[in-house]
Design a protein around this ligand. Structure first.
Ligand code: PMP
Length: 390
């Protein structure tokens, strides 16, 4: 463990409280560092009030915090023109994608319009687009859902995507990092295939906090993420929208009490991630993932899903983030999950909310974050080696 990593790990009270547990399920939700917990505690015990309502100082300061949090999200996402973007706080990526689908896209859909849907990605990035089409249908408007094309490496096939886009394409939905295969989906290439005018909505649930993000470089119109996967409290997330193509996206002006303490936690989490260095976290978790993949490749009973990445193969290491998903050839994945949990190895097992799962429905996913260690990976590999013969 490097000093950098040791210092980071020491900031997670839950890690210190459970020395025998290896938490290997950060793609589901991440653990919270002390500064995030402290920020929430301080807020709730010093000036907790509602936002955009009262006229007294606590309420005014809470309103200001929420507004400043929008700027913090813009900055974290590398938004080059903050004046032209909106940030809407939501409970997570699912609600965020749903907000874009229902509140922005659905009302503007016309007969014959088309939406490109990534069916091999997370259900949260599939179901909302069906909902938008259903809302259109309810007012007599027929919308066609087109399947995003993929190549053999589970990347988007941009040549086939370009052929699929028509003047009626109203939105392309995509994912930044795949939640099962862990690969960076190379979304900056989508713009050339989409053309200049088609809005692209990006599900960044598995990349915010794991990869440095630049909405300008990605050239997307919406970026949606879950704050809780980026070390903020559960029930946090945001939609960033570039108000450039189509009607403005302004649900930030909606009534309703925002999740103020969650928003406080999100700001603290983004500050923590920036201080830790997202690029270093990315390198670290890729390295751990590659160590696991390399270890598994020596164990005949296991099959790793998606593209392979090994410590030796520099280009694949660049590509695959700290998510490794595999199956045992004989032991069912749910059973394997229970066996590992009995040894304090907490992984995600069985299904993964993937849309077009086919025969890959059941598997074991190991997903890593800043607090994970080489020792944890080696401990997992040792236990998997015990089960190698089935
Ligand atoms: N998209 C992806 C790629 C995800 O991995 C997840 C969480 N598993 C979601 C969306 C949904 O996130 P949430 O549960 O926070 O709404």
């Amino acid at each position: 463990m490097t000093d950098w990593q040791r210092e980071l790990r020491a900031q997670f009270p839950i890690v210190a409280a459970h020395p025998d547990i290896a938490y290997l399920d950060s793609a589901a939700t991440a653990q919270k560092p002390q500064p995030v917990l402290t920020a929430v505690m301080e807020y709730l015990t010093s000036e907790n009030a509602n936002a955009a309502r009262g006229t007294y100082p606590w309420a005014n300061r809470t309103t200001a915090r929420v507004e400043q949090a929008r700027d913090r999200v813009r900055a974290f996402l590398g938004d080059p023109v903050p004046a032209r973007s909106g940030v809407h706080f939501v409970s997570g990526a699912t609600e965020g994608l749903r907000a874009v689908a229902r509140d922005w896209l659905a009302p503007q859909l016309r007969d014959g319009d088309e939406i490109v849907v990534p069916y091999a990605d997370h259900n949260a990035n599939i179901v909302p687009w069906h909902e938008a089409a259903a809302l259109a249908r309810a007012r007599g408007v027929q919308v066609t859902l087109r399947a995003m094309p993929y190549d053999a490496a589970h990347d988007y096939d941009t040549a086939r995507l370009a052929a699929l886009v028509t003047p009626r394409t109203r939105l392309i939905a995509a994912t930044h990092v795949h939640h099962v295969y862990g690969n960076d989906m190379h979304v900056s290439r989508l713009r050339a295939a989409a053309g200049p005018d088609v809005p692209i909505c990006l599900d960044a649930a598995q990349s915010v906090g794991h990869l440095p993000i630049s909405v300008a470089g990605l050239d997307v119109d919406f970026l949606v993420f879950s704050g809780h996967k980026a070390m903020a409290l559960p029930g946090t997330g945001a939609v960033w929208a570039r108000n450039q193509r189509g009607p403005e996206y302004v649900p930030a002006g909606w009534p309703g009490t925002p999740n103020t303490s969650g928003i406080v936690s999100l700001v603290a989490a983004l500050d923590w991630l920036d201080a830790a260095g997202v690029d270093r976290i990315a390198d670290w978790t890729r390295e751990l993932g590659a160590r696991l993949t390399d270890g598994l490749s020596g164990l005949g009973a296991y099959q790793v899903l998606g593209c392979q990445h090994s410590l030796a193969a520099a280009s694949d290491v660049q590509r695959r983030q700290g998510i490794v998903t595999f199956r045992h050839r004989e032991i069912g994945s749910a059973d394997l999950g229970f066996i590992l949990a009995a040894d304090g190895l907490l992984v995600r097992s069985d299904g993964h909310c993937q849309g077009d799962q086919g025969e890959k429905a059941s598997s074991v996913r190991v997903s890593l974050h800043a607090y994970n260690t080489v020792q944890e990976i080696d401990r997992l590999l040792e236990r998997l080696a015990d089960l190698n013969s089935g």
